[in-house]
Design a protein around this ligand. Structure first.
Ligand code: AMP
Ligand code: ZN
Length: 440
């Protein structure tokens, strides 16, 4: 499975993470069905934007991109996205060699040429399948006239760069090649690195819908042009995360990074929930109301689990719960909304059983059922730790209660509420949960 990764010139926004979370859902569901998934994700650490960024920051390219790579991995962990097997970066020597070899082969086959401007282009007229993935008619490309064809010395306006010849803007960013100094194009990066790490034929290749053209179309042309084999068996593309009906993107400026959302008091699992809950091929509108709904849904799950754990405490054996509706929904093109629907149906029903006094073995069985499906959802319900500041307030309040200082205890409860936490006193001690806003 190959998944197109981030361009590391700034922090990824949560639209990017919608794509990565849908890919994570796919991987986890396949694994739950017994498949072994080997996944690769590239890091684009050289392109116009990274070069411009490093120049503006007055830093060498590598130093400029390093903190964004690091931040990306932090965000991946915060969102419980499984790490890929490998994260090849475009500027690694071994992959640059592969890219150059691939371009040489394409030239030898007549599928690429070096133009007057010294850059090397793919000759799309020699690859009749070009445009098939996007259902794109090449003659349209010619007639739009939006791309200035005289800007380069390309044979066809749609010919895309495999190797970009160095120019002043690139500063000290260049590599030697048979065509002179320059750098690889974005598309060849993915073809070369996917092939180097996963072979010439992939089962799955994913990305957002904006990757279909030209990026994935170009990957097919390059890879199949070289190997003569079918590059990818299944393409999966997710629809965009929207803000007020428009694609969330850096260029429109309508984006939030994960850090922005965390700074508003939401947790990684709440963001994960908000981004995973809609079918990947349906557009998803990002709203703060949606974040609040995510919090509410997770609080319901947490509360259900707390009750089940309490009820299961004295159980020896666990009843086997044979309910695969959740997995069956995901089998159907990752129908996550139906899958979550089944989960909440199960919660509703077992809450009724809990009210009536559930058998401990059944409660334990339900917990095991949850653990199975949470391998796929990864909502990290059990592991979530309280922020230290919150844990301390809870502890102080507990001390106040033991000292029967009710006024202080109430004050501390209010402080917790102001920070978004609710505390309830139970026989087992205080239980702290996320506070639901009254409007949600
Ligand atoms: P980029 O860094 O722009 O190449 O994007 C990295 C990944 O995020 C690609 O798979 C894109 O298709 C995807 N992506 C970018 N913006 C969005 C969005 N608003 N919603 C969903 N996926 C997106
Ligand atoms: Zn790619």
């Amino acid at each position: 499975m190959y998944t197109c990764g981030p361009t590391v010139y700034s922090h990824a926004h949560i639209g990017n993470f919608r794509a990565y979370i849908f890919e994570d859902l796919l991987q986890r569901h396949l694994e739950s069905r017994g498949f072994k998934v080997e996944r690769v994700m590239n890091l684009t650490d050289v392109d116009d934007k990274t070069i411009r960024g490093s120049r503006d920051a007055n830093l060498p390219l590598r130093e400029f991109t390093a903190p964004f790579k690091q931040a990306f991995f932090q965000d991946v962990d915060t969102l419980q996205i499984k790490r890929a097997e490998a994260y090849p970066a475009a500027t690694e020597d071994r992959f640059l060699k592969d890219m150059i070899l691939m371009i040489e082969k394409l030239i030898a086959l007549g599928l690429a040429y070096q133009a007057e401007d010294k850059s090397v282009y793919f000759r799309i007229n020699r690859f009749p399948e070009y445009g098939h993935l996007a259902h794109f008619d090449l003659s349209e490309l010619r007639s739009t006239g939006r791309v200035k064809s005289d800007e380069y010395d390309k044979e066809h306006v749609g010919d895309f760069a495999l190797w970009k010849a160095w120019d002043d803007e690139d500063g000290d960013v260049w590599w030697e090649s048979p065509w002179g100094r320059g750098r690889p194009g974005w598309h060849i990066e993915c073809s070369a690195m996917a092939t180097a790490l996963l072979g010439e034929e992939l089962d799955l290749h994913c990305g957002g819908v904006d990757n279909i053209f030209p990026h994935h179309e170009a990957e097919i042309a390059q890879s199949e042009g070289c190997s003569g084999k079918q590059f990818v068996r299944y393409w999966l593309h997710c629809a965009h995360l929207l803000v007020d009906g428009q694609k969330m993107s850096k260029s429109l400026g309508n984006f939030y990074t994960l850090r922005d959302v965390l700074a508003k008091g939401y947790s990684g699992r709440e963001v994960r929930y908000a981004l995973i809950r809609v079918h990947y091929r349906a557009p998803l509108n990002f709203t703060w109301e949606g974040m609040e709904e995510a919090r509410q849904a997770l609080t319901r799950i947490d509360e259900w689990l707390r009750r089940l754990r309490e009820a299961a405490a004295k159980a020896d054996a666990a009843e086997q719960i044979n309910d695969d509706k959740f997995g069956a929904a995901l089998d159907d093109d990752l129908n996550i909304s139906a899958a979550l629907g089944h989960l909440f149906e199960q919660i509703r029903e077992s809450n009724r059983e809990l009210d009536a006094g559930i058998a401990p073995a059944r409660a334990k069985g339900l917990l095991e059922w949850w653990q199975r499906i949470n391998q796929v959802l990864a909502f990290a319900a059990e592991e979530e730790k309280l922020p230290q500041e919150i844990a301390q307030l809870v502890e102080e309040r507990q001390q106040a209660r033991l000292a029967r200082d009710w006024r202080k205890s109430d004050e501390l409860r209010q402080q917790l509420q102001a920070r978004g936490w609710e505390v309830r006193d139970t026989a087992e001690g205080p239980v702290v949960t996320r506070r639901l806003s009254t409007s949600a």
